[in-house]
Structure formats: structure tokens, C-alpha cells
Design a protein around this ligand. Structure first.
Ligand code: PLP
Length: 437
């Protein structure tokens, strides 16, 4: 047991109402398995895998050991014009895990960096292919692709974009959320595949020869869990392929088992040209992002180069030895414990448990797939987000960590969660929603 610090003023907290937080702070002091513990030692059941990243549960000994051994052996090594064994090993392991001919991996330090990397790869690909006028991007309303200037430009969350300069030449597809047509759908909604046709319309309007790439989250997480309609991703793939537009899946949340398969691409059998991942890659233990790239994209850029550096891009921490060691240990755990399959096996029970809450007052939608769920509450009049925040705080006080976006509660526990813990989590959320006006 440890006591928290008393001076909270210096740390400017990200995506946080700093003044509110510092008046009534919540702190986490340690974590083990399915639980966080406050500095005073109070357990908090982790309903969100940290921030959608601790897929194998907390405090995994093999990951801890791998990181500490790596720190003692090779604490840091650049990957510019130099290499170290673990980064090559991890790239190979990751390429093996990613579907189709996604056989090349570019490492970054976070999901945001990986997204911006993928956008730059798309531009470089078209330039190398003799189509330098393909500079436009297509994103989607309510999409979240991190906080770099590229990511907020293709992203569609207005609060993250407002007031910042954005990349020129970006269009957005409609999001796929519809209370009218798909509320309380279990799994993928039947309604909504037609929304992918907006890509065809955009291509006609802008001219295919101007568009570099389209980027979507297969399942939109941060905006409040929007499950892709049946056939939607397949249609995006067909249209983009027909017009030579690269398709990028941002799998920062859906990668590493969240939906019951290694990736959403594998689950839906839709192979994008690039696949962005992060978070679960290292079980959240060391920051790392990555872009998986199909052979033809990589080869076009590398082969077009007359010599020297082919792609002027990279980070000091691309393939950091500690992250590479953590990544290898994490992928071992996923494989040894069959955690992706486990998530798929638990999904029917999860679905049944989350949809119990559909009867509660103020619940206006429930969405689920794999081991993720969104529970959307009606907004209080004139105070959007207030009801969601109240539920988050009450759940935390009662020992369950949930995540809230506006008035949607998002749940995404570690894939190691037990059926009893699922029931405990949903009982708590149900009680709290029931008691929250
Ligand atoms: N893309 C998606 C789909 C995400 O959910 C996130 C983070 O939640 C990011 C990108 C950004 O990742 P990071 O916060 O590691 O930069």
C-alpha cells in the first residue's frame, strides 16, 4: 500500500477536465490480473483493459521479466541504419499474425504516430507509382485516429479537430450509427452497408486519380463503439480496390483479439492495404505502434528508389528494444493461452449479459461485438455527457472501471476476464445506471 502524491498541479493531464479532476482525484497505484488497486489498496475491476490495451490482463510475469531483462541487456538502440535482434523478430512475428500478404512492418511509438506513418506511406506509394496527384484522404465521421495532425484530419471527432489546422483535401464518409435502424442490435447490424457507397460517390466527385487512401476503424471504438454493418467493410474494400485507392484499417483497438480474432481484418476476411495497430501489441506495458503493410505497397516505394534512404520517416523510438521485448512476450501469451479464441468463446455470454441492461430507464442503445460493448444513455436535457460522467464516477467508487464517451459507456475488459467477473461488472453498471437520474 502506498499513498498518492499531494501536489497534483504540475501534471497537465491529457483528455481530462483538469480542474474537476484535481478537486476530486482518482488514482491507481498498482494492478494485477483483472484488477487495478487504488493507492489505498481498494480493488477496481478493470472493465476497459486500461485504455483498450491490456488484453492479457495486468502484471503478466513473462512481460515484466522480458522488459527487465531487455533493459539490463540493451536498454536502447537506434533503428536508423542499425538494428537489434528483437525488433526483427517482432516484425516477423507480427507479419505472421497479420492476414494476407501484409508482410512488412513499420514501427512507431504510439497509435497516433502509426496512423500518421500510414498516411505518409500512402502518399509515398502513389508518388512512387507515378501518380503524385493522389494526395486526398477519405476518413469517416466520428472516426478516431489519434491526435497527430494527420490523425485529426482524417478523424471525425469535432472536439479533437476544432481550433487546429488540418490537412487539406480530406473528405469524410457518414458514420454508421443509427438509433432508428439498428438500436439494440446484437452483433453486426443488417442495416447500413449502403453507406459504403458514399465512397464511390466521393470518388466520382473528386476523381479517382486524386485520392490516396481511405482510412476507417473496422469497429469505431473511441466514439462509443459502432459495430460495422453486415457487408459494409467488404463493400469499402471492393470500391477502393476498383479505383486504386489504398484501404487502411485502423486496428489500434480491434487488433489482438478484441473481436475474437487476431484482427478485425481476419474476422471479416477483408484484407486492407495497411493495418495500423498499437495498444495490445505490448499489452500496454511499453508504448508501441506499428503499421502492417502489404508487399506491393512496400515494394513499390523501396524499388522505386534510386538508392539511399527510400522513405524519409521514422522515430527515435521506432522498434525500441523494451517495446520489442514486451511485444514478443505479449504475442507469446496470446498464442499460449489462446486468448483471441477465448474472447470469441466468451462473446455469446458477454452479449447476453450486456443486453440485460437494455430494459433500464435512460438506456437508448446497446451495441456489442467480440468482447466490447457500448451502452448508450440518453443525454440529460441541456447537459450532454453529464449522465455518462456520473455513471463513470459511481462505477469507479463501487469498484468497476468503465470508460465513457459523451453518454455512451464503453466496456472492453481484458480477454482474461472470467464469466463471474463479467456478471459482477454488468451488475454494477446496471445498478449504477438504475440509480443515476
Ligand atoms: N487509432 C485508434 C482507433 C485509437 O483508438 C487510438 C487510441 O485510442 C489511436 C489511434 C491513437 O493511439 P495513441 O493514443 O496510442 O496515439
Amino acid at each position: 500500500m502506498q499513498n498518492g502524491p499531494t501536489d497534483l498541479s504540475a501534471f497537465w493531464m491529457p483528455f481530462t477536465a483538469n480542474r474537476d479532476f484535481k478537486q476530486s482525484p482518482r488514482q491507481l497505484g498498482s494492478a494485477e490480473g483483472m484488477h487495478y488497486y487504488t493507492p489505498e489498496g481498494r480493488p477496481v475491476l478493470d472493465g476497459t483493459a486500461g485504455l483498450w490495451c491490456v488484453n492479457a490482463g495486468h502484471g503478466r510475469r513473462a512481460i515484466v521479466d522480458a522488459i527487465s531483462e531487455q533493459a539490463a541487456t540493451l536498454d536502447y538502440a537506434p533503428t536508423f541504419q542499425l538494428g537489434h535482434p528483437k525488433v526483427f523478430e517482432l516484425a516477423t512475428r507480427l507479419a505472421d499474425l497479420l492476414p494476407g500478404d501484409i508482410n512488412k512492418v513499420f514501427f512507431a511509438g504510439s497509435g497516433s504516430e502509426a496512423v500518421d506513418t500510414a498516411l505518409k506511406i500512402a502518399l509515398s506509394y502513389h508518388r512512387a507509382n507515378g501518380q503524385p496527384e493522389r494526395t486526398r484522404f477519405v476518413g469517416r465521421q466520428r472516426g478516431y485516429h489519434g491526435v497527430g495532425f494527420g490523425g485529426i484530419s482524417v478523424g471525425g471527432l469535432e472536439n479533437n479537430r476544432r481550433g487546429f489546422s488540418l490537412l487539406p483535401g480530406v473528405d469524410h464518409l457518414s458514420h454508421t450509427h443509427s438509433l432508428e435502424h439498428a438500436a439494440f442490435t446484437r452483433g453486426q447490424p443488417d442495416w447500413g452497408a449502403h453507406l459504403a457507397d458514399e465512397l464511390e460517390a466521393l470518388i466520382t466527385r473528386r476523381g479517382a486519380g486524386t485520392i490516396a487512401a481511405v482510412i476507417v476503424e473496422p469497429l469505431a471504438g473511441s466514439t462509443g463503439v459502432l459495430v460495422p454493418p453486415v457487408g459494409y467493410l467488404e463493400r469499402l474494400r471492393a470500391i477502393s480496390e476498383r479505383h486504386g485507392v489504398l484501404l487502411i484499417f485502423d486496428e489500434v483497438i480491434t487488433g489482438f483479439g478484441r473481436l475474437g480474432a487476431a484482427t478485425a481484418a481476419a474476422l471479416f476476411d477483408v484484407i486492407p492495404d495497411m493495418l495500423v495497430c498499437a495498444k495490445g501489441l505490448t499489452n500496454g506495458a511499453v508504448p508501441m505502434g506499428a503499421v502492417g503493410v502489404r508487399d506491393f505497397v512496400h515494394d513499390m516505394i523501396v524499388d522505386a528508389s534510386a538508392g539511399g534512404i527510400e522513405f524519409f520517416h521514422g522515430y527515435t523510438y521506432s522498434g525500441h528494444p523494451l517495446a520489442a521485448a514486451a511485444g514478443l512476450a505479449t504475442l507469446n501469451i496470446y498464442a499460449e493461452e489462446g486468448l483471441f479464441q477465448r474472447a470469441g468463446d466468451l462473446a455469446p455470454l458477454w452479449q447476453e449479459q450486456v443486453h440485460r441492461l437494455g430494459k433500464l430507464a435512460n438506456v437508448i442503445d446497446i451495441r456489442n461485438l467480440g468482447l466490447v460493448a457500448g451502452i448508450e444513455l440518453s443525454a440529460r436535457t441541456g447537459a450532454p455527457g453529464a449522465r455518462g460522467t456520473a455513471v463513470f464516477q459511481a462505477c469507479f467508487d463501487r469498484g468497476v472501471l468503465v470508460r465513457v464517451t459523451g453518454d455512451t459507456i464503453a466496456l472492453s475488459p481484458p480477454l482474461t476476464v472470467s464469466p463471474d467477473q463479467i456478471a459482477q461488472m454488468l451488475d454494477c453498471v446496471a445498478d449504477v445506471i438504475h440509480q443515476t437520474q
